[in-house]
Design a protein around this ligand. Structure first.
Ligand SMILES: Cc1ncc(COP(=O)(O)O)c(C=O)c1O
Length: 364
């Protein structure tokens, strides 16, 4: 089938680009001597997670237990849940999941660790844990200076098996020149490697030293002592990654095919993909909803639910006609794919398959 036979708006996954991206990441990890454990929150699609494992990933990373359940049902067996598992219901689901799959989970609070320990102890089971370290993103995680004491505390919780430390150096998305952002990533990697050394010196084995963020993936994982890389977005890439200098438009594997539905003014083009198609969260200083590499004269400046509002730059008009189809690279691929039930895989302009975004909306 030709892509023009598909109804719009629709996400298209270019398999040739995705395969090239995966090859690149796997060889980058190989050169750095670290394992590749991609975060599948980017695509939420079991077929794609399987492609990542086939390409060389040692396992996958998920955010939530419900996301991990979908992946486990699809046959993905080695899963790190990089999220604090608080709440009774999550603990129940986690324990059930860990009976059939190799699961490790993040911890970063004494209460969270105690609850996890208590629940698993009550079921006479153990669970592997990694301590989240805050290397500058200031979201979750203990500060590096408090990590040693925390790992000692974990040693008193018999149902928890401490395996290592992880960080998401997400502060590389914040403003700054490329060299500054790469420097933040390198510092994060160094902090993690030093911390692992300190833990080992204190007699606390730390097998895993895990980092992960796409814009700087080659910087943090290259630090000696880091053992694992968990990027998510760079399997597909998006307009934010291009604007941060992490890749080019030719590396963006996921685009949305949209139709022009209205031309109310010479400088304004309305498409059928609005905020129900493209996420409105912005990770970097670049505040547009998407980018049209074939129409660089257009800016995707606003969106209501079903309307994408594109404006020409420099006051000139656009030649696009109502009914024409255009490709849009989303600003943030992870949030945008979460809005859709399925994507179509393509090679060039041919549709070659349909994959369910089976873990979309898995927030529990
Ligand atoms: C804990 C964790 N690890 C890894 C990643 C992957 O980062 P990126 O989306 O920059 O590839 C994320 C992304 O949010 C994350 O939250």
């Amino acid at each position: 089938m030709h892509i023009d036979e598909l109804p719009t708006p629709v996400p298209l996954l270019d398999l040739d680009i995705m395969e090239r991206n995966l090859e690149r990441i796997v060889s980058l990890c190989r050169e750095a001597g670290v394992a590749y454990r991609p975060h599948v929150k980017t695509h939420k699609t079991p077929e794609l997670a399987r492609a990542q494992v086939l390409a060389g990933a040692t396992g996958i990373t998920c955010a939530k237990v419900s996301e991990a359940e979908v992946m486990a049902r699809a046959g993905l067996r080695d899963i790190f849940i990089a999220y604090p598992t608080a709440g009774r219901r999550r603990l129940e689901r986690l324990e059930r999941l860990a009976r059939e799959s190799t699961i490790s989970v993040g911890v970063d609070s004494a209460q969270g660790a105690k609850d996890l320990n208590e629940y698993f102890q009550s079921r006479r089971r153990q669970i592997s844990v990694l301590l989240e370290v805050d290397t500058g993103h200031h979201r979750c995680g203990v500060l590096p200076g408090n990590a040693l004491e925390f790992v000692r505390f974990l040693g008193n919780l018999p149902a928890l098996r401490f395996r290592g430390i992880y960080t998401h150096e997400g502060h590389v998305y914040a403003d700054g020149e490329l060299w500054e952002r790469l420097d933040r990533a390198r510092c994060a990697g160094e902090t993690m490697a030093q911390l692992a050394g300190a833990l080992r010196a204190a007699g606390l084995p730390c097998a895993v030293v895990s980092v992960g963020a796409s814009p700087s993936q080659h910087a943090a994982c290259a630090i000696p002592g880091v053992t694992e890389n968990r990027p998510g977005t760079n399997a597909l890439n998006d307009a934010t990654q291009v604007h941060l200098g992490a890749c080019g438009w030719e590396d963006c594997a996921l685009s949305y095919l949209c139709t022009v539905v209205s031309r109310p003014a010479a400088e304004r083009v309305i498409i059928d993909g609005g905020s129900k198609t493209f996420t409105s969260d912005h990770l970097s200083g670049w505040k547009e909803f998407g980018f049209l590499p074939e129409h660089p004269e257009l800016r995707f400046v606003a969106a209501s639910e079903e309307h994408g509002i594109l404006k020409t730059t420099a006051g000139n008009g656009s030649n696009l006609q109502v009914g024409e189809r255009i490709r849009v690279i989303p600003s943030h691929v992870c949030g945008s794919l979460n809005l859709h039930d399925r994507l179509y895989t393509v090679r060039g302009d041919r549709v070659v398959g349909e994959w369910r975004i089976a873990a979309r909306g898995c927030v529990e």
